[in-house]
Write a protein that binds this ligand. Structure first.
Ligand code: ZN
Length: 464
């Protein structure tokens, strides 16, 4: 594959063309062109849904093939020309220059077809014209979020010698299934200055729909202070998880708004300043706040065990991980926060448990990859869908990323933090809790002789 592409730089040319307004998520134009009295134009996709398998560096892409269906109803129709084009259309929701259509829209032609190049008389019947395109593996999947939308727009036109032009405008939904090991990742970490150690198993790959299980075990929650004849406990009072989505884009400037070449640029004298501005948005696409649901054992070798179901909220329309050469990147991380409260009891009276007034927030960040399920689909080069015309190879319309780019879309390694908090009331720690405060740990026969209720009754300012 040649390294150079031929991305169309003259955006103005295309903006003079009249493109139908397309639904952002749909596949049909919102304004159907007026019907021709004697003919209609449609398409029929024969290939499976367009799914890229693997990352942009290694994916063999997705093949889309089908038939243009031109129905001539009653009388012969003379068609002067019949062609189609496929564009990748990137829309920046927060463009370089606000309200500038040219800054906001980048439309690049990926492929064009000429079905009829000279006047042809079509008899009254259904005429089919096969077409196909290989969407190269480095192309981004379709996405639609608060910063950017990536759409694949297919536009076909048949011009009869009489009557209105037959038009068809559709979008192709392109998805990507990243090959990330489905085996759970295992991570162990101690939270100094405590002896608490967290052992976590979690899947590094998650999907827009469906639950995921995180297995958590906390050790080192019971400490015997032989000198002062007391036992210290760290009790888990609250656990929250959230899936964070980090979107970042580089909104490019159109020719009109591109910063001019200056010789006073500090960083790179004589070089043109960057013709784009970075945009970043973070949001939570799934979360829960738990006050019970774990097993706690406060015996001498005690531990806390929890199985947490975490998932994206489909109503928030999560965006899959994405990395494209124009600077767009979408990543995700799972953040787990635990509030643990320190309590103590004299060795000779373990029932007399007293809070020390110290609590800690234990925070864990796990990089996760949100991607489509590969499902039963296999890459186009491993099966045999109908292939028409010159596929492969397809013309290098959209430049592939440089081969030296770092491995994309790998989840970041987990990180942990622990911070101490002083609290005046248990309510403060449990802020956001609703309903009765109770915990499975209180009902666990193997748990130590204490309960949340007991802790609250004691003077919270008291220290051992
Ligand atoms: Zn502009």
């Amino acid at each position: 594959m040649p390294e150079s592409g031929k991305k169309e730089k003259d955006g103005h040319h295309h903006h003079r063309l009249s493109f139908p307004v397309l639904h952002l998520g749909g596949s049909k134009s919102s304004r159907e062109p007026p019907q021709h009295p004697h003919a209609s134009l449609d398409w029929r996709i024969e290939s499976p849904p367009a799914m890229m398998h693997g990352d942009p560096e290694t994916s063999t892409g997705a093949l889309v093939s089908g038939q243009m269906v031109l129905k001539v109803k009653d009388i012969p129709l003379e068609v002067e020309s019949f062609d189609a084009k496929l564009y990748i259309h990137v829309t920046h929701r927060k463009p370089f220059q606000g309200h500038c259509t040219d800054c906001a829209n980048q439309r690049t032609e990926l492929k064009s077809w000429t079905f009829l190049s000279e006047p042809t008389t079509l008899t009254p019947r259904t005429h089919e014209f096969p077409f196909s395109v290989l969407l190269e593996g480095h192309l981004p999947a379709s996405t639609d979020n608060s910063l950017i939308s990536v759409q694949y727009e297919f536009v076909a036109e048949a011009k009869p010698n009489r009557g209105s032009t037959l038009k068809l405008a559709r979008t192709i939904d392109v998805k990507r299934a990243l090959n990330v090991p489905e085996l759970p990742h295992h991570s162990i970490r101690v939270f100094p200055p405590t002896n608490i150690a967290a052992s976590v198993h979690y899947p590094q790959v998650i999907h827009p729909i469906g639950g995921n299980k995180l297995e958590l075990r906390l050790d080192g929650i019971v400490k015997h202070n032989v000198d002062v004849k007391s036992v210290e406990y760290w009790k888990l009072k609250r656990l929250t998880w959230k899936i964070e989505e980090i979107l970042s884009t580089v909104a490019p400037a159109c020719e009109k708004h591109a910063p001019k070449l200056t010789t006073t640029t500090e960083e790179q004298p004589g070089q043109p300043p960057k013709k784009g501005v970075k945009r970043t948005v973070e949001r939570v696409i799934g979360s829960a706040d738990l006050h019970n649901g774990w097993k706690a054992d406060y015996s001498p070798d005690g531990k806390i065990e929890a199985e947490i179901e975490y998932h994206c909220d489909p109503a928030l329309k999560p965006s899959c991980n994405l990395k494209s050469k124009d600077g767009t990147e979408i990543t995700h991380q799972l953040v787990v926060e635990m509030v643990v409260v320190q309590e103590y009891a004299p060795t000779n009276n373990l029932k007399h448990v007293t809070p020390t007034g110290v609590a800690r927030i234990l925070r864990m960040h796990f990089g996760v990859v949100l991607t489509e399920r590969p499902g039963l689909g296999v890459s186009w080069d491993n099966e045999a869908p109908p292939i028409y015309q010159d596929v492969p190879p397809s013309p290098p319309c959209y430049a592939p990323p440089p081969p030296a780019s770092p491995p994309a879309l790998a989840p970041s390694p987990p990180t942990y933090t622990s911070s101490e908090i002083r609290y005046d009331s248990m309510e403060e720690l449990m802020l956001g809790s609703g309903g009765e405060r109770s915990s499975v740990e209180n009902n666990n026969p193997s748990s130590g002789p204490s309960s949340a209720a007991t802790s609250i009754r004691h003077s919270l300012g008291e220290h051992p």
